[in-house]
Ligand binder design. Structure first.
Ligand code: NAG
Ligand code: NAG
Ligand code: NAG
Ligand code: ZN
Length: 499
């Protein structure tokens, strides 16, 4: 249904009460973020809006072609955003007589969002979590893990299965937290670990750590009992479980614990970390860890001025920080590659868009001109414009085939669960990003002159668009979808090659 701008604006204002509950009710209406969709005949119509770094587009702005109801041929493009009432009013005025329209996401009131656990269900790391793939169909998990439960859960796996090893990462977060990651499946030799997964780079993307930890729990339980796994309509054999474990899995379940602690206590849809060096109040606090990695980080130099892959403004959701890898969370994430030099496949777990993104994210790909690449100063100031010919990022054609093949297998599994639909797309979509985890992973091989392993990097965005706080039903569906996705991602990676 396409509503005129003013009508949908009125409907949105009536949504504030719902959104208030959604956001925890601690902010004034002024700061409540409302999920909205913008629609336009072409993705280019959104460029001025996407370039405005005061708006929040979730993980990254994605414009999708949508086939309008009742006419199979006519398409429009849809862009999801989280906007305040002031921003909606501003856009409503600015676009009042244009082809761009604004819509609320749903007219029906949603169920309550899934609660955050209050105690410690893993009893100080003595009880192992149990995933959904090794329990009777229809079993559900009653709440999202609180920050303490996330480490307690991993310690529970360590103490019950004896084959999981945790390790402390070298840098403390801005608020002084010690970070940890863990590895499982390939014994004590760190050069036998080929898969790396991380979650909660963005604090508000609730359920990311749970997805990862319940999957590891399933692998360990199925391995021990000799069973397979069942996620909705998708099943895996015990032999597949064993082969995935044997690939060696490194997992970093909470990349942004300061942000998660804040988001869980405030319900404010907090995305960034909590570093106050560049801004001490409200939205100016924090760096977007997913724009802080050392890949074309200094975007004003490397990208065309009309591209906005990140932001130099501390109050933006995509604030890039004060230097490449300025943040301890980023440094810790990178340190994992040094400890496990044979990591070959990387997956960063985000929400909520319902897709798998693969390299590159800074521009469209090309496999013909090796000299046109992210290291070449010849192309500074030209990157990041989709649809032009001035710059496209080089990817060897064999790599392009491999990354796409594994992305397709991942999405096929997530769809086969039977819950919802997912798509694969090149990370750049219609708008570029800089300094992201996935591109950084893939870029290392070239930026370090072939002296390190080549890593294929992915971003998984589970769940529904901009729906960072899932309902309990959605939270459980997300576990099934992502866990099947992780299985087929790992199996496809194994078939393409771990070395
Ligand atoms: C960005 O949007 C804000 C409203 O949120 C508006 O005040 C500002 O003028 C816009 N900036 C540009 C460059 O259009
Ligand atoms: C998988 O199960 C086998 C047989 O019980 C056991 O020896 C092995 O340590 C288990 N692997 C892991 C990673 O737990
Ligand atoms: C693997 C992959 O994403 N290939 C794409 C590279 O970019 C061109 C357009 O520039 C697409 O047509 C390919 O599908
Ligand atoms: Zn994200």
């Amino acid at each position: 249904m396409r509503l005129p701008f003013t009508a949908s604006l009125a409907a949105l204002q009536s949504l504030v009460v719902v959104a208030h509950g959604h956001a925890g009710g601690s902010d004034s209406d002024h700061h409540v973020l409302l999920p909205v969709q913008l629609r336009a005949p072409t993705a280019e119509h959104f460029l001025p809006i996407v370039s405005n770094d005061t708006y929040d587009f979730g993980c990254r702005p994605i414009a999708r072609p949508v086939t309008a109801d009742g006419s199979s041929s006519r398409q429009y493009f849809e862009l999801h955003a989280l906007l305040t009432r002031d921003q909606i009013a501003h856009l409503s005025h600015e676009y009042r007589s244009t082809d761009v329209s604004l819509h609320e996401q749903t007219l029906t009131k949603r169920a309550a969002t899934a609660p955050i656990g209050t105690g410690d269900r893993f009893q100080s790391g003595t009880v192992a979590p149990k995933g959904l793939g090794t329990q009777a169909s229809g079993t559900t998990i009653a709440s999202i893990m609180n920050l303490n439960e996330i480490s307690s859960a991993v310690n529970g796996l360590v103490s019950v299965y004896k084959t999981v090893t945790t390790f402390t990462l070298p840098y403390k977060t801005f608020e002084g937290r010690t970070q940890f990651a863990a590895y499982v499946g390939a014994g004590t030799d760190t050069s036998k670990y080929h898969l790396y997964l991380s979650a909660a780079v963005h604090a508000r993307e609730r359920g990311g750590p749970d997805n990862l930890i319940y999957w590891i729990s399933d692998l360990l339980s199925a391995n021990k009992t000799g069973s397979g796994l069942t996620y909705g309509k998708k099943t895996y054999t015990n032999a597949q479980v064993k082969s995935v474990l044997a690939a060696g899995i490194v997992f970093f379940p909470v990349v942004n614990p300061d942000g998660v602690a804040y988001d869980q206590s405030s319900g404010s849809l907090w995305r960034k970390n909590r570093n106050t060096k560049s801004g001490s109040s409200g939205a100016s606090v924090g760096v977007d860890i997913n724009r802080n990695f050392d890949f074309l980080w200094n975007f004003p130099k490397y990208f065309a001025s009309s591209a906005s892959p990140a932001s130099t403004s501390p109050s933006s959701q995509t604030f890039y920080g004060t230097a490449a890898q300025s943040e301890p969370e980023t440094k810790n994430h990178v340190s994992v590659y040094d400890k496990f030099p044979k990591i070959r496949w990387f997956m960063d777990v985000h929400s909520a868009a319902g897709d798998i993104l693969y390299s590159w994210g800074d521009d469209e790909n090309q496999s013909t001109n090796t000299a046109m690449n992210f290291l070449s100063s010849t192309y500074d100031g030209k990157r990041g414009i989709v649809g032009d010919t001035a710059y496209k990022e080089y990817i060897p054609s064999a790599d392009a085939t491999n990354v796409k093949k594994v992305a397709d297998a991942t999405v096929a599994a997530m769809k086969a669960v039977g819950g919802r639909s997912y798509i694969t797309q090149q990370a750049v979509g219609l708008y570029a990003t800089s300094g992201a985890t996935d591109d950084y992973a893939f870029s290392r091989y070239w930026s370090k002159s072939g002296q390190v392993n080549k890593v294929y990097g992915y971003t998984m965005e589970f769940g529904y668009s901009t729906n960072f706080y899932p309902t309990l039903t959605e939270f459980n569906q997300n576990i099934l979808d992502t866990n099947a996705g992780f299985m087929d991602w790992a199996l496809a990676a194994i078939s393409v090659g771990l070395e």
